[in-house]
Write a protein that binds this ligand. Structure first.
Ligand SMILES: Nc1ncnc2c1ncn2[C@@H]1O[C@H](COP(=O)(O)OP(=O)(O)OP(=O)(O)O)[C@@H](O)[C@H]1O
Ligand SMILES: O=P(O)(O)OC[C@H]1O[C@H](OP(=O)(O)OP(=O)(O)O)[C@H](O)[C@@H]1O
Ligand SMILES: [Mg+2]
Length: 282
């Protein structure tokens, strides 16, 4: 049986479970449940703290895990990234008080840097050849400067609201650009079962990036229509009762769909419909 780690709380927990459910796996109904057995798919899910997941997967106790790329890197565990899931996006960045002027990474030399991700920070400072005092805190890192235990911080930046609230300004290149990822242990077994779960999740990730467009197109404009909506292979075209018209169906990128629909309408297509795709295998 495949053993898979899923975040039990925090930013990644809800979307991770929703994505697994969409991929056809049984998920917990009770927030407090720590395990869920899915006998149909021969998988057992373990609901763990996001920070601990790479440790369980890296030790070989669990076969796969969903966690943040930043957390996986910070764990130092021997895990590989199998799939990026497209949610939980953030940047891990240095920040310092706005009133202290413009900082660069070199200015961190000899300073105290508070963070919940000490390995990420230590490794990054080493890349710059900067020697500083890394102070490990569990959370609420943004307040540490105000409270006098640090001169600068390195933390997760999502919307940037928390930094602004504490009059902090990010500086330097992002240390890590993160999102939720599926990780596995380097060189572990159960390859076939792992590939199946990853393929199912890939199908959901892919489906979320596309919509299905259906529209009726005048037959003499089909070439133009095919250029606008080439689909992934080629668009499906079916005759209609009225011979002058053809029904066209093609997948298009979700982001580009509204503009493509405008252009289809402009050149005379009718009954242009966009619908969600829930999952797919390409
Ligand atoms: N706006 C955000 N705030 C916090 N984490 C985010 C955000 N966006 C994405 N993430 C990602 O979520 C993961 C951290 O999750 P979370 O903060 O829930 O865990 P935690 O800090 O260990 O738990 P907790 O905050 O409950 O102690 C990281 O991979 C981080 O990059
Ligand atoms: O840029 P923003 O959208 O404001 O989000 C970033 C903040 O969210 C996270 O905190 P979290 O809620 O996980 O609390 P924590 O600091 O206790 O981990 C992170 O550590 C930042 O503090
Ligand atoms: Mg957090």
């Amino acid at each position: 049986m495949l053993r898979v780690a899923v975040p039990n709380k925090g930013t990644l927990a809800g979307p991770a479970s929703e994505m697994l459910a969409e991929a056809g796996y049984r998920q917990r109904h009770e927030q407090r449940d720590l395990t869920v057995l899915d006998p149909v798919n021969d998988v057992e899910f373990f609901f763990l703290r996001p920070k601990d997941i790479a440790i369980y997967v890296g030790s070989g106790e669990l076969d796969l895990g969903i966690t943040g790329r930043d957390l996986a890197l910070d764990s130092g565990s021997p895990v590989d990234e199998r799939l990026a899931l497209g949610f939980g996006g953030s940047n891990f960045r240095y920040a310092a008080p706005a009133e202290a002027g413009e900082w660069s990474v070199g200015d961190l030399a000899g300073r105290r840097i508070a963070t919940s991700y000490p390995r990420l920070v230590t490794d990054d400072l080493a890349r710059y050849g900067v020697s500083a005092d890394v102070i490990r805190l569990d959370g609420a890192v943004e307040i540490s400067i105000q409270l006098g235990v640090a001169d600068a911080i390195a933390d997760v930046v999502g919307s940037g609201r928390t930094l602004r609230q504490h009059s902090l300004v990010a500086f330097g290149e992002p240390i890590c650009s993160s999102e939720a990822v599926v990780i596995e242990r380097r060189g572990s077994d159960q390859q076939e079962a792992k590939d199946r779960l990853v393929a199912r999740l890939q199908g959901v990730v892919f489906a979320q990036q596309y919509v299905m467009l259906d529209y009726n197109c005048p037959r003499d404009l089909l070439d133009e229509a095919a250029k606008l909506t080439p689909g992934l292979g080629s668009p499906t075209m079916s005759p209609l009762a009225d011979e002058k018209w053809v029904a066209v169906r093609a997948m298009v990128s979700r982001k580009e769909a509204p503009a493509i629909m405008d252009r289809l309408a402009d050149f005379g297509a009718k009954a242009i419909l966009s619908s969600d795709i829930r999952s797919c295998r390409m």
